[in-house]
Design a protein around this ligand. Sequence first.
Ligand code: HEC
Ligand code: HEC
Ligand code: HEC
Ligand code: HEC
Ligand code: HEC
Ligand code: HEC
Length: 397
Amino acid sequence: MILNGFLLKNPLRVKGFLLIGLLLFFLSNSFISFSQSAEAEKNFAVCKVCHNIDGPKLIGPTLKGVTERREEAWLIKFIQNSQALIDAGDPVAVKVWEENNKIPMPPNALNEEQIKDLLLYIEAGGKVAGSEVTAEVAVEEEHAISYDEATEEFLAEMKSNDYRHMQATFIAMIILILVSLFDLVVTKFVTQKWILIVIMMIALIVSGEVVFVEATNLGRQQYYQPEQPIWFSHKVHSGQNQIDCQYCHFTADKSMHAGIPPVQVCLNCHNQVRKGKITGTVEIDKIHAAWNDKKPIEWVKVHNLPDHAYFNHAQHVNVGKVECNDCHGPVEKMDEIMQVNDLGMGWCVACHRDREIQFSNKFYEQYTQLQEAVSSGELKRVTVMEIGGDECQKCHY
Ligand code: HEC
Ligand code: HEC
Ligand code: HEC
Ligand code: HEC
Ligand code: HEC
Ligand code: HEC
């Protein structure tokens, strides 16, 4: 939206005198500090995705003159971890953040020296002495894939453990029944027949239970991980680039549905970011194709509650202050979204039994009686259960 059309008018950046001036300025600087180097250029490749030094605003503000409008110490802190500064309530940081539609800038693992170096590079208008190399080259080098094997293993294990457990129990029970039966009829080691019969009964009940659980799970889709029309990775966006969940799922705190972002939201960034480290241009091109064809992207829904059950995101995210991860698992580590909980009634109720209400939240002012009971020591804790989290009609239409 803000960025739409920008690419059409990428302006010429040759501004003769200014450039020479900046170059001279930079040269004098590097003689004094000896530090401003090709490394700065490489480090700036990361920033380039979102910032122009000179030219139109991208995702973040244009950085020309930033060293004049901000203190150096502030810049170091902000570049290292802007969100920490914003969370701490720094007025300047909060203002810049708000002016930029609250798009978070990802943290950078750079030390003070590297940042000072980077600031010199920015002051110099993005030029390194005696070198014609542009930042493009550095971008390519930086793009090595780091595949988080531990996460893959973790998710795969989660998926297989339950099944293995169920299968093993079932097979063990069947073997127990067969062995008992064999002894009862053929070998007759055990003289008291009732022992064998009790063993068989128990084995039968346990295996019946396994079958029952499997059957109720039929309608559920724990560990469901369908293929999506675009290789959209939460790990790349939420993990590596620290984009807030609610930047994309922007109705999660105000409506029943968290919602899937429309193509425009992707284009906020992908008008600029045209290439990914893992998939190159292939997947990102599909976003532009969808936009050009005026067709929505047909994402496959992963989480599905049956129609008779009612679930509301705003109630949990906004009122209950439940974290996304409590219900959806470590989404920021998943390349492809997987449903990690069974979303069964037992799962909902188990949390309601256990989760305490935070009375500091103004939504609970109406529960004065319960609050008094807590402050007088009559009740130790108030869980969601006490405010009706187990009433059938709250969850069923
Ligand atoms: C994913 C996009 C993104 C990347 C990558 C990024 N920034 Fe930012 N940057 C922003 C946004 C958005 C803001 C506006 C403040 C905010 O929302 O946090 C910002 C703000 C800033 C500011 C403050 C500007 C001002 O006017 O006060 C500086 C300085 C800055 N970035 C430097 C950097 C540097 C240096 C890097 C690379 C090491 C970098 N940024 C990488 C998005 C990004
Ligand atoms: C850059 C945008 C973006 C961000 C940031 C983002 N998501 Fe998503 N999310 C999507 C898109 C697009 C889909 C649909 C494609 C898919 O399922 O992978 C999706 C799907 C999901 C789904 C599955 C929905 C379904 O079909 O049932 C869940 C759950 C989810 N996101 C949770 C999160 C959480 C939690 C975070 C923060 C850690 C987050 N998302 C951050 C864009 C985003
Ligand atoms: C208390 C558990 C819980 C919490 C907390 C929660 N979700 Fe969900 N989420 C669910 C359930 C259950 C569904 C399936 C809803 C359905 O099928 O109607 C779902 C579905 C979704 C979907 C699919 C689209 C939709 O709205 O149905 C997305 C996207 C999503 N969640 C993202 C998020 C994000 C982002 C957060 C945090 C801001 C979050 N969820 C917090 C339980 C939760
Ligand atoms: C706030 C900025 C932002 C938004 C919004 C955003 N992305 Fe991204 N996206 C990025 C960044 C940054 C990268 C990483 C580029 C790189 O690999 O260096 C990326 C990478 C990608 C990649 C390539 C991954 C890879 O490594 O190959 C795809 C595909 C992608 N995004 C799809 C989407 C889709 C679809 C949406 C909308 C649902 C979306 N993005 C929204 C910032 C964003
Ligand atoms: C991780 C914990 C957690 C899980 C899982 C969870 N909830 Fe909740 N739920 C809460 C909290 C905390 C509240 C209190 C917020 C409030 O008062 O509205 C709540 C409140 C509710 C309420 C309102 C109760 C009332 O009396 O106002 C309903 C309805 C509800 N949940 C439905 C569900 C359903 C359906 C599921 C399963 C699909 C579910 N919840 C799963 C934590 C959870
Ligand atoms: C916290 C929310 C919640 C409450 C309270 C709740 N249910 Fe459910 N119930 C669900 C969800 C979610 C499902 C569907 C998911 C599943 O179990 O597969 C469900 C499924 C069911 C089913 C279908 C059988 C099945 O396992 O799919 C029946 C019958 C049912 N509930 C009856 C009740 C009755 C009776 C009560 C009151 C004693 C009640 N529920 C209270 C959330 C709730």
